[in-house]
Design a protein around this ligand. Sequence first.
Ligand SMILES: [Zn+2]
Length: 330
Amino acid sequence: MTEQTVVKRSRITRSRSSSTVSTFTETAEGDIIVTTTTNAKTTRRESFSYRALAKFHELPIWQRDNDKILSGYVKETNSFTRCFKSLFYFHNESINVYSHLIPSIIYIAMAMFCFDKLCIKVFPSTSLYDYVFINIFLLGCATCLMFSGCFHCLKQHSEAQSILWSKIDYLGIIVLISCSMISVIYYGYFDHPDMMWSFITMVLVLGTICSLVVTNDTFNQQHWKPVRATFFVMFALSGLIPMLFGIIKFGYLEVLNRICLKFIWLETIFYLLGAIIYGCKLPESILHPGTVDLLGNSHQMFHCMVVLGSICHCKAVIESYNLLHRRFTS
Ligand SMILES: [Zn+2]
């Protein structure tokens, strides 16, 4: 691509660029014709250079997280545009982004458009509470997965954005745990409103405490991270309190029916399996380095387990709803 410009001699400044070549010709009037030739090949290369993926040892310290994943990194972009552009080429966060972004959009669509009509059978006893509590769970799932997808897309922006979005990612997990518990508590204690609201209040209070811990910068420091993890585990395990209380009060078989316990156990297995895979960095810690950099590493497996766990919970909530209203109609 060639371009010619006539300029006064006094306005000429010389510039060096790898993609352009300028030649200067003097006219009889004393003006200078500047002919600029742009090297199209170089320009194209420069416009695609942001796609160049980095190796682990080329990353800034703050971006180094899993030393078993050696390549495929999007290096610090310092640009939201470049982060969003990274959605359109394959790198080692692509699966992490899409494995949560796509289910999140599906959950939102389910809550907004088709869930009521396609997945929920309407009984004469169906009430507004059913819609509210089922949608609380769906939107809790969507929020968690959307925050996670955004975190994995924007974490390569800069250290400050990475810290900010990692907190938002953790908040999303708290929202998912809270909304999952609340939907189950509703169906477990539908005929004991005092207990139902007491347990829902307990979840909201513990969830708020856990959120304050997560968003506090102190707990983001390396030596405080185990404390933060402990808070998470304690919060998740607090879901056992209403369940054990229910087993004592109603008996195991009744709880099994009320909250469709078999799917809750299956959900728990998926979440535990995900936590073990993530914690032990499986399979990258036992395979030849670099084998699962782009596909099949622990974080991706963990994401899949979270999605599978949420599907089990969704099934449990729908079955609980069906069982409850079949009782009223029979
Ligand atoms: Zn993640």
